[in-house]
Write a protein that binds this ligand. Sequence first.
Ligand SMILES: Nc1ncnc2c1ncn2[C@@H]1O[C@H](COP(=O)(O)OP(=O)(O)O)[C@@H](O)[C@H]1O
Ligand SMILES: [Mg+2]
Length: 242
Amino acid sequence: MKVISVINQKGGVGKTTISVNLVAALAKAGRHVALIDLDVQALASNWLKPDATAQSHKLFDAKETPQLEHLDPAHLLSILASGQELYSYLHTDAIELYVSRVRKLAEHVLVFADHAADFGAISLAGLYAADVVLVPVALDVLSTQGTMKLLDTLERVAIQRGKAFEHILFIPNRLRDNARIPRRLLDALRDQYNGRVLTPIRENAALAEFPLKNETVATPGVNGKAQDDFHALAALLWEKIK
Ligand SMILES: Nc1ncnc2c1ncn2[C@@H]1O[C@H](COP(=O)(O)OP(=O)(O)O)[C@@H](O)[C@H]1O
Ligand SMILES: [Mg+2]
């Protein structure tokens, strides 16, 4: 199955929020998914499994074997949590090892990686292993401007690794129902990247509170517009990449 990088050099655009809820929505729809946390801040790890052991750094280390931690009884959703240990691999030359480990994992599950905003060796490794790149774009002026720069970076990485990405897809985030600027920016994004813009995630205070209670859109009893948005996004993404 595919390996998917959720990445944007800009911080705070929704990478972690989208990674966590998208894998949860896909697992709820019966897909086998694993999330690799590639951010030393470990926010996705803490969100999904506060007591998880850091594992993702082991993908870079020949002497260690990372173990998926399952998050549900049916074992549809699992995580490789991160931690400060990732710092030890910032100047790694172990990209090749990472890529082969992740490709092996992808024989059985759809693999997502939640990237940090900084663009170091860890992120480069993540991209070397990726088939598909998902770019969350917050619908504000500076975030959408930053997106152009990201595309340049991705092009360089594709050349460097000798292989184009199968898809580079955008996820508009923080759409506000009655606000003019986000709507205009969404239209502009759609005009410019026709067919590559997935369904938007709306601005939603409930979504921002999920991490407090370790909830996701797939948590039983949780419903509302966040669930609708991620359900639609998961279905469309699955159609594009399956
Ligand atoms: N659609 C949304 N509605 C409300 N808050 C959001 C939304 N998307 C993200 N946020 C909030 O914005 C902040 C940054 O999101 P985060 O997922 O951590 O971004 P990143 O991983 O790109 O740094 C978080 O506080 C998060 O709860
Ligand atoms: Mg994040």
